[in-house]
Design a binder for this molecule. Structure first.
Ligand code: TXA
Ligand code: MG
Length: 315
């Protein structure tokens, strides 16, 4: 069998969803659409399945995975929720928010999912296809982004196929992801809360629900979240940020008034830019120019997540 034929791309219809759920129950790997990016999914309660994720991605084992659940109730079986966690879950789940919470004693999760930490990262996704698969699989599902570790994240089934061809049992194609950047990760600590990874749910959204500002250390990524490596989302070429023009050997990614070879959002819309970020990085990676330049992106709202990913792509 050719590698491509071992990773069939299926339509995300009732039959595709059934096959993906069966694949997960049987311990296999399925690449699934979520509202943020495509995830490389496996059941989170089985050592061998979780090991297969790390192997397929080439991911360092000290970098724990996000566990996806179909409901807050299922999440409460795995972690201890306090009032703040319940408030956030009820405001933003299902949706692009991941909560880092104390792991419950006896929670049925493979050790490698949490990389031995006393906490677990939990997310209840909103994408109807992912929700249907979770419901039919009936188990918690670990799902990092469906790309080789350190590479640009996938927002289409084709991105997955290019990065992981042959390494995944099937890919469900539900078109491009709407949000386009990974979920916001929030840690709730005894002294306050902190954003470990900025994402579609912004600091203002969170503060409005929690009623207090984040801890001063918030945004200092790479300290508490083992996976927040400085270099990530790497397109395989040097990346120059805050560019308003292109050198002859650069592919310029535009935004707003900076047109570029390809724009993240010609009308300067941050949500549109987030949804197109990884697609334009993939394009830039396969362009003829040996270097990439990126226009300045405002830091407000989801712009914070876009700038976070761009900094890592440039590192
Ligand atoms: O949008 C998303 O969240 C996507 C889609 C597929 O759902 N998933 C995703 O998962 O981005 P992953 O595994 O690529 O991201 C895991 C991140 C890592 O940066 C890791 O360090 C952090 O979550 N993480 C996981 N468990 C943690 C924990 N117990 N404490 C702190 N950070 C944790
Ligand atoms: Mg990732």
């Amino acid at each position: 069998m050719t590698p491509a034929s071992r990773s069939p791309i299926l339509a995300a219809d009732a039959d595709g969803i059934r096959r993906a759920a069966r694949q997960l129950r049987d311990g296999g790997l399925a690449a699934l659409p979520t509202e943020t990016v495509y995830g490389l999914a496996a059941r989170a309660d089985t050592d061998a399945s979780v090991a297969a994720i790390y192997r397929a991605k080439g991911r360092p084992s000290f970098n724990p995975l996000i566990v996806h659940v179909g409901s807050t109730q299922q999440a409460e079986d795995l972690a201890h929720f306090d009032e703040r966690a319940r408030a956030l879950a009820s405001a933003f789940w299902p949706g692009p928010l991941t909560l880092v919470l104390p792991l419950r004693e006896g929670a049925r999760l493979a050790k490698a999912v949490t990389a031995g930490l006393p906490t677990v990262a939990l997310r209840c996704p909103a994408h109807p296809v992912m929700r249907a698969v979770l419901e039919q699989a009936g188990v918690p599902v670990a799902a990092p982004s469906a790309n080789r570790s350190g590479a640009v994240s996938p927002t289409t089934a084709e991105h997955v196929a290019t990065s992981l061809a042959g390494a995944v049992d099937l890919i469900l194609d539900a078109g491009p992801c709407a949000a386009g950047v990974e979920s916001t990760i929030v840690a709730l600590r005894s002294g306050g809360w902190e954003i470990l990874r900025p994402g579609p749910v912004t600091e203002n959204h969170l503060a409005a629900v929690l009623g207090v500002a984040p801890l001063a250390s918030g945004g200092r990524h790479g300290i508490e979240a083992p996976g927040q490596l400085a270099s990530h989302y790497a397109p395989g070429k040097p990346v120059r940020l805050e560019a308003t023009w292109a050198d002859p050997d650069e592919f310029l990614i535009g935004f707003g008034d900076v047109a570029g070879h390809l724009s993240m959002s010609a009308r300067g819309d941050l949500e549109e830019a987030a949804s197109r970020l990884y697609a334009v990085l993939h394009e830039a990676a396969s362009a003829v120019q040996p270097r990439i330049a990126v226009a300045p992106i405002p830091k407000s709202g989801v712009g914070s997540a876009i700038n976070d990913r761009l900094r890592r792509a440039a590192a």
